[in-house]
Write a protein that binds this ligand. Structure first.
Ligand SMILES: [Zn+2]
Length: 437
């Protein structure tokens, strides 16, 4: 790396630290006004994008943007719109190409999207993520282990003497191999992983392993996780487990604090919850999660629909952070299914029943996947555990699922040796083949 680039990275690094860490100690009104100021800058900048300019002209929007509420006049940006208009100006031109970092989404909800960040944004995103770990209790001299499907490129760039030590373990390895690798790393303080990766490891973790692997905390990301799953991980590793809510388009959006509440990092994203007609829903009510990214001046995502569902909370948290709260993240929009009667259900409710079952009858189901074909027809594919003998043993689970749904459904069961994983090696617990959106 060129010396001048190293100096630039260091400059961005310290500037991001200076911009992000003090916010943890801000009063609520300072946090709110910082977020509003950033949103206004973003709206001003959007005038440089032909995509947004066309919208402003067509809808006669006052582009002085004196009031942040004007955001609500801008139509929601779906992934399809983003894909179709990317070259046409959602991307604000004028930044030097060589300074930009390119990535893409995993494509778990369709075709991958190409994402562009200026180097300073990329570094800012890394620092906001590290700030999240800091909230969990991480300190620069701790050792982080990422269990991911691909190495963390930035991990090496930030190693400063004894600080910011990071290791990578390939999530595609078998759970036993991952545990072996974890034991080889002498000091493990923070493990960052997908819930499914860690849960697979919990199933094969021996008492001996538990004595050797002693993380201070575990951070989960990228997949929905139920309270029961979280508890399984807490019990196996004997440490606090926190959930991060992030997207590749924006990086960190929210995370749990020490009190188990989800704080929205409003200095990184502006978050709205909308109903199906595009109206803001009141706190406590579930709706579509829409974000505006506040730190990427090159690729503006204004009112971008992530495809997740969630609800806001109007309560305050006593942990000291003044960021507002998300009551819950209910799951992906596609993780809903519609029965013959027209009633909608969340797959997460079924997932919860499976985990209650696994807890009560350990080792009957090792891994599973549901598929919904429409017309109340499901298939449950599973890898049987050591205690599995015959189909009768999972009948309790099938009965519980039927009881939770008001109309007759049919679940075909199928034993398999392998569960197909989605892009980025993430487990897909639910496939909705009836859903084309
Ligand atoms: Zn809190």
């Amino acid at each position: 790396m060129r010396f001048s680039k190293k100096i630039l990275i260091l400059y961005y690094f310290f500037s991001a630290l200076f911009k992000t860490v003090p916010v943890l100690f801000f009063k609520k009104k300072w946090v709110d006004s910082l977020s509003k100021r950033k949103l206004k800058t973003c709206l001003q900048l959007s005038k440089k994008s032909s995509y947004y300019n066309d919208i402003y002209e067509k809808q006669n929007i006052d582009t002085r943007f004196n009031d942040v509420d004007q955001l609500k006049e801008i139509p929601v940006l779906t992934k399809k719109l983003f894909r179709d208009n990317f070259s046409n100006g959602v991307f604000v031109k004028g930044e030097k190409e060589e300074d930009q970092v390119q990535q893409s989404t995993s494509g778990s909800t369709g075709t991958p999207l190409r994402l562009i960040y200026p180097l300073r944004t990329y570094i800012y995103y890394i620092i906001t993520l590290v700030r999240t770990y800091f909230i969990f209790g991480y300190r620069p001299w701790h050792h982080i282990v990422y269990i991911k499907y691909e190495p963390v490129e930035s991990a090496d760039q930030f190693k400063l003497g004894p600080f910011f030590n990071a290791y990578f373990i390939d999530s595609k390895l078998s759970p036993q191999e991952r545990i072996k690798k974890l034991k080889e790393i002498k000091k493990v303080d923070l493990i960052v992983a997908y819930p499914s990766s860690i849960l697979e490891m919990c199933n094969v973790l021996t008492e001996e392993d538990k004595k050797e692997i002693l993380p201070k905390f575990i951070s989960l990301n990228s997949e929905a996780v139920t309270k029961e799953q979280k508890k399984c991980i807490v019990d196996a590793f004997h440490c606090p487990v926190y959930v991060e809510y992030s997207a590749q388009e924006s990086w960190i959006i929210a995370s749990e604090c020490k009190f188990g509440n989800y704080h929205i990092y409003t200095d990184n994203v502006w978050l709205e919850i909308l109903d199906d007609s595009g109206n803001t829903v009141p706190a406590g009510q579930t709706g579509r999660i829409i974000i505006t990214t506040l730190n990427n001046p090159v690729m503006l995502l204004i009112r971008y629909e992530l495809g997740d569902l969630g609800s806001l909370s109007d309560k305050a948290c006593s942990c000291g952070l003044k960021f507002p709260l998300l009551k819950e993240i209910t799951g992906r929009k596609v993780d809903k299914f519609v029965l013959e009667s027209g009633r909608e259900h969340f797959f997460l409710d079924i997932m919860l029943l499976v985990y209650k079952f696994i807890k009560k009858y350990p080792d009957r189901i090792q891994m599973y996947q549901f598929e919904y074909f429409g017309a109340n027809q499901f298939e449950m594919r599973f890898i049987p555990g050591k205690q599995y003998d015959n189909e009768q043993e999972i009948q309790t689970l099938l009965d519980a699922i039927q009881d939770s749904i008001d109309e007759p459904i049919h679940i075909k069961t199928k034993i398999t040796e392998r569960i197909e994983k989605g892009p980025s090696d993430k487990i897909r617990y639910f496939i909705n083949s009836s859903c084309t959106s």
